[in-house]
Design a protein around this ligand. Structure first.
Ligand code: IPM
Ligand code: MG
Length: 372
């Protein structure tokens, strides 16, 4: 039976359009090889949307995302829109806004270094052996969504001691928000190695103390079979480098997860290898964990693999196309095993003629898919 999957594409800024083109290319090949047709609707988000409409998340974008079966987002942001003025629009408001509007509270970031890339990591191969973790980052609460303000006229706040400015952000969590993300983590652990590290800062923060209580309550009531380990976030930052193979599932607050996932990406050799799935109760969104890399935008050298690995997650989670997802994953591994690299994952063994750009990397993956 033939089937059509509607995908809302959000290319965004910087290298976003370049890596989006590779995702479309690969999905085109998948259409040819199967009875599934992928249809695309492109919409504006981030800086591109600010330039065209004055806002980072136009209504039309939200409508297109809601209508689609899945959303594929590349990256947003860039120096052009960098400002510390709280009254000016920022590209990040588009990303945070769409996550919130679609109710995407669970961000899954798998970190599994590929053998072919072990020389690309700054860590020794024996440290990387057996690393296979899933970071479950809470995505619509915490510090990125709590009350914030900049206050003026505050006595004693100026650098010289006089009347000046003060700013604050707040980390807020409800029991409900904590319980649903913990559930995502425990469910995921049951399909993996059955271990969850719950990462918090309960020795200092009240929101972390509630986090810990709720995670344990849920664990004891419904998931006693899953191994649960509490870890303080500063310790986790260290353990990720010291002994990353200890982790199966890490579940943590929004900002802790943002920071720890960038750190963990280096176990794979490059931030350009880290995919993500953002899931909620409705349409899901898939995006690489890296940013828009404005320094290399438009040069055709960006690594499209985190984007293609995000496509793999989309095929699995939104479309249930596990065979197609497996084929894509093994095509990517095959291309890397043959020694092909983008610059960010090249090492001293990479042949100069096998160091390729964005579009050739996409072609290589597409060719492998066809050959399977
Ligand atoms: C990420 C990014 C975003 C985040 C930024 C661009 C707002 O760093 O997806 O990890 O902090 O969530
Ligand atoms: Mg980040």
């Amino acid at each position: 039976m033939s089937r059509t999957c509607h995908i809302c594409l959000l290319p965004g800024d910087g290298i976003g359009p370049e890596i989006t083109a590779e995702a479309v290319k690969v999905l085109g090949v998948m259409s040819e090889l199967s009875d599934v047709t992928f249809e695309f609707t492109e919409a504006l988000l981030g800086g591109a949307a600010i330039d065209a409409t004055g806002t980072a998340l136009p209504e039309a974008t939200l409508a297109a995302a809601r209508e689609a079966d899945a959303v594929l987002l590349a990256a947003i942001g860039g120096p052009k829109w960098d400002t510390t003025d709280p009254d000016k629009p920022r590209p990040e408001q588009g990303l945070l806004g769409i996550r919130k509007a679609l109710g995407l509270y669970a961000n899954l970031r798998p970190v599994k270094p590929l053998d072919a890339l072990s020389a690309a990591s700054t860590l020794r191969p024996e440290v990387l052996a057996g690393v296979d973790m899933l970071i479950v980052r809470e995505l619509t609460g915490g510090l990125y969504f709590g009350a914030r303000a900049r206050e003026t006229g505050v006595p004693g706040a100026a650098t010289g001691g006089g009347v000046g400015m003060r700013a604050y952000d707040t980390m807020t969590y409800t029991e409900r928000e904590i319980e649903r993300i913990a559930r995502t983590a425990f469910d995921a652990a049951r399909t993996r190695r059955n271990r969850v590290h719950s990462v918090d800062k309960a020795n200092v923060l009240e929101s972390s103390r509630l986090w810990r209580e709720v995670v344990h309550r849920l664990h004891d009531a419904e998931y006693p079979d899953v191994e649960l380990i509490d870890q303080l976030v500063d310790n986790t930052a260290m353990q990720l480098i010291r002994d990353p193979a200890q982790f199966d599932v890490i579940v943590t607050e929004n900002m802790f997860g943002d920071i720890l996932s960038d750190e963990a990406s280096m176990l794979t050799g490059s931030l350009g290898m880290l995919a993500s799935a953002s899931l909620g109760d409705g349409t899901a969104l898939y995006e690489p964990s890296h940013g828009s890399a404005p320094d290399i935008a438009g040069r055709g050298i960006a690594n499209p693999l985190a984007m293609l690995l995000s496509v793999e997650l989309m095929l699995r989670y939104s479309f249930g196309m596990h065979d197609a997802a497996d084929a894509l994953a093994s095509s990517i591994e095959g291309v890397l095993a043959d020694g092909w690299r983008t610059r960010d994952i090249a090492d001293e063994h990479t042949l100069p003629q096998r160091t390729v750009g964005t579009s050739v990397m996409g072609d290589l993956v597409a060719a492998r898919l066809r050959a399977q």
